[in-house]
Design a protein around this ligand. Structure first.
Ligand code: G4P
Length: 535
């Protein structure tokens, strides 16, 4: 195998999802710690209120203790090169999660052992299920009082509609959490200490070894043997193919805080996941091991570093090798270019890079030319990766700058944030740009918009909530249609004609009923639920 192939083969790219507080940050931190990317716990996230922003970029995230945007980290572990994509924990940012999942090949779902499936777990899981990507479950906080493990697995199956297979089984919980039984190795991993804050020390022992009773107590041993029998009898065989198609989720128990069960999870997980997977580009399938470089942009983030006022486009390399000095072709821009200031994130730092391989995520400086979903490939090739769908907004506000002198900053900020894909913006046809109609999937996005306009663009907003909940594109068959005016249509009071910034015309509705009303009274009018690659 060439070095090039080896590099791609050893890569693993996955996203990590959870309901806030289930332990996503703590688990990520432990992974980084094992990989030597950070020297001690607490570097990613410090004590309360001092979240040292690695996965949490913005002030608003620190204030509310949620991650709003997703970030990427790379580290090495036992010969693997791992790219972790952090995702926002809040459902209002599901769209960002969806885009991040486009760049990942599998997902780790962290569940709080005392709480089981929570509201955001359901929402985020739904987003994962749209892509059928493999999902690995880590049931965390077993060092605290947790729910019955059988009950937890059953809840996962019933609430999320995915089969589960317990890879290991916890022995006790809370102060009595003594270890896990590894079902494949048929061994008990008994945790002895975690004094060195790195991996927990563990001894391995067969369940029928008499010494086990001494270690964990006769009663607990008996219970474990019974539970193993029950498990073996109840669950179907482990089927890696079903895992890889997102139909079966391997479940692991552990405690991120005390390190118990984290390293065994990481090791098994890395074995079960694949090297970077191919991506579709229309009729073509672009394989990771192809010689030529290709990538797609899945995220744009401006002002990550306020001092630099920069804008970064994150791209997932789909095939080949990226070399900093080589020209690439930007399909949507129709131009050859060199990607400027390519960088990767290593724990808390950004690092300039010279090369990267399929599966890696790189951030490049974006002078305002990239959009989400754009394809980059080797000069001479011409294909477009399948577009990343956008979620239809369900909440709308009319906004303007309170200070009319700040109109320019206002527009710049709103357009910038819309280009990042955090909001969608519309205007009334034939109107100026004093005010903008903003559509979002979750209302927290409005708060982020307001916060960012204030802190990054120094603009205070006047906001007015609009009653709309549905959006439909007007389908025009003419080559260059004359834009419609409100008078051209018969509209009820709770519907509105707007335009997006590409000039497409749309209707906003407050109810499904009024969509029907408009269709019935405007013969020949065609409405589409999805514009371009929309859901
Ligand atoms: P998140 O990223 O999913 O939102 O969760 P995060 O890792 O921030 O963890 C949320 C809280 O749960 C933190 O406590 C963290 O220390 C705790 N935690 C994470 N994993 C475990 C575990 O395995 N066992 C136990 N007992 N606790 C765990 P906090 O008090 O909210 O924050 P902090 O004071 O530790 O920063």
């Amino acid at each position: 195998m060439s070095r090039y192939e080896e590099e791609i083969k050893r890569r693993r790219t996955f996203a990590i999802i959870s309901h806030p507080d289930a332990g996503k940050t703590t688990l990520t931190e432990k992974f980084l710690l094992y990989g030597g990317a950070i020297a001690q716990a607490g570097q990613v996230k410090g004590k309360k209120n001092t979240r040292a922003a690695t996965s949490d970029w913005m002030e608003i995230e620190k204030q509310r203790g949620i991650s709003v945007t997703s970030s990427v980290m790379q580290f090495q572990y036992e010969g693997y090169c791992i790219n972790i994509l952090d995702t926002p924990g809040h459902q209002d940012f599901s769209e960002d999660t969806y885009r991040t999942l486009m760049a990942a090949d599998s997902a780790v779902m962290v569940i709080d052992g005392a709480k089981g499936v929570e509201a955001q777990t359901r929402k985020l899981f739904k987003v994962c299920a749209m892509r059928d990507i493999p999902i690995f479950t880590f049931i965390n906080k077993m060092d605290r009082e947790a729910r019955d493990p059988f009950e937890l697995c059953e809840e996962l199956e019933q609430e999320l509609g995915i089969e589960t297979y317990a890879m290991n089984w916890p022995i006790g919980c809370g102060k009595e959490f003594q270890g896990v039984y590894d079902r494949q190795a048929r061994k008990v991993i008994h945790f002895t200490s975690n004094t060195n804050a790195r991996a927990a020390t563990a001894t391995q022992i067969e369940p029928d070894d008499p010494a086990l009773a001494e270690l964990i107590g006769a009663g607990r041993r008996e219970r474990l043997v019974e539970e193993i029998e029950l498990l073996d009898g109840a669950s179907s065989d482990f089927d890696l193919e079903r895992v890889r198609h997102g139909k079966l989720s391997p479940v692991f128990f552990g405690s991120a805080l005390t390190n118990f069960g984290v390293e065994p999870f990481l090791e098994e997980f890395l074995k079960m996941t694949t090297s970077p997977l191919p991506r579709r580009a229309g009729d073509e399938v672009i394989d990771s091991f192809e010689d030529e470089f290709s990538a797609f942009v899945f995220k744009i983030q401006a002002n990550m570093n306020k001092a630099h006022r920069d804008r970064i486009a994150f791209m997932r390399i789909v095939s080949g090798k990226f070399e900093a000095d080589k020209e690439v072709y930007h399909i949507q821009g129709g131009k050859k270019l060199r990607l400027s200031r390519p960088q990767q994130l290593m724990a808390a730092e950004r690092e300039m890079i010279e090369e990267a391989y399929a599966g890696d995520i790189i951030g490049v400086f974006d002078p305002g030319i990239f959009a989400i979903g754009d394809t980059l490939c080797a000069p001479g090739r011409k294909f477009c990766f399948d577009p990343i769908p956008t979620f239809a907004p369900e909440h709308f506000e009319r906004i303007r700058s309170i200070d009319t002198m700040k109109r320019k900053q206002f527009l710049k900020g709103v357009e910038q944030i819309a280009q990042e894909g955090a909001i969608q913006i519309f205007k009334t046809p034939y109107s100026g740009m004093e005010e903008v109609i903003v559509g979002v999937v979750g209302t927290l996005q409005f708060d982020v918009l307001e916060y960012r306009l204030r802190s990054e663009y120094n603009v205070e907003l006047h906001k007015e909530t609009l009653p709309f909940e549905f959006l439909r594109w007007i389908v025009r068959e003419e080559e260059e249609p004359v834009p419609l005016k409100e008078e051209d249509l018969l509209l009820p009071n709770d519907a509105k004609l707007v335009e997006d910034y590409k000039g497409n015309q749309l209707l906003l509705f407050a109810s499904r009923w009024s969509i029907q009303w408009v269709l019935e009274r405007n013969k020949g009018l065609k409405l589409a639920e999805f514009g371009g690659a929309k859901f």
